[in-house]
Design a protein around this ligand. Structure first.
Ligand code: THU
Length: 159
């Protein structure tokens, strides 16, 4: 028998420790929460992705009365980036969320499993890491690559 340990590194930053590019992306993700369509969950998520050329694309969660038909903020942003700028790699992603009282979460929001899978393919498709910023009012988690969010992933190499 042998044991494998999988470790990820998470850097926790306060807002005044962010780089200017990170500040901008956090701001765009926070703003995107106000464009969410979440009449069922009342949980408003915003995502902002920074492309290699510096363009920022945002998305927010979009719900539907047939619940599974909605889409998370992260996939809205990543699919939009892929359809509008297919040749531009994504370099950085920030996620922010407001709770049912309209307040930004204290604890950093974490992407769902389906979004991690999609984000991973976006990263592998163009090469180069996508840095992830998970926003919370108590601190911002900075993770160097989507790979770290989805250990032992399924990807096209299995097909
Ligand atoms: N949601 C996101 O947009 N991103 C996440 O990372 C987690 C959940 C959305 C889906 C749904 O509209 C609402 O938040 C509640 O789950």
């Amino acid at each position: 028998m042998k044991e494998i340990s999988l470790n990820i590194q998470v850097v926790v930053k306060q807002e005044d420790e962010l780089t200017p590019q990170e500040v901008k992306l956090v701001d765009e993700a926070r703003r995107a929460t106000y464009r969410s369509y979440a009449p069922y969950s009342h949980f408003s998520v915003g995502a902002a992705v920074e492309l290699a050329d510096g363009t920022i694309v945002t998305g927010s969660n979009q719900e539907n009365a047939a619940y599974p038909s909605g889409l998370c903020a992260e996939r809205t942003a990543v699919f939009y980036a892929g359809s509008r700028y297919p040749d531009q790699p994504i370099r950085r992603l920030c996620i922010a969320a407001r709770d049912t009282n309209g307040e930004f979460l204290q604890r950093p929001i974490s992407p769902c499993g389906a979004c991690r899978q999609v984000l991973l393919e976006a990263e592998q498709r163009t090469g180069g890491d996508i840095e992830v910023l998970l926003y919370g009012t108590e601190g911002i988690y900075v993770i160097r690559s989507i790979k770290d969010l989805l250990p032992l992933e399924f990807n096209k190499s299995f097909l």
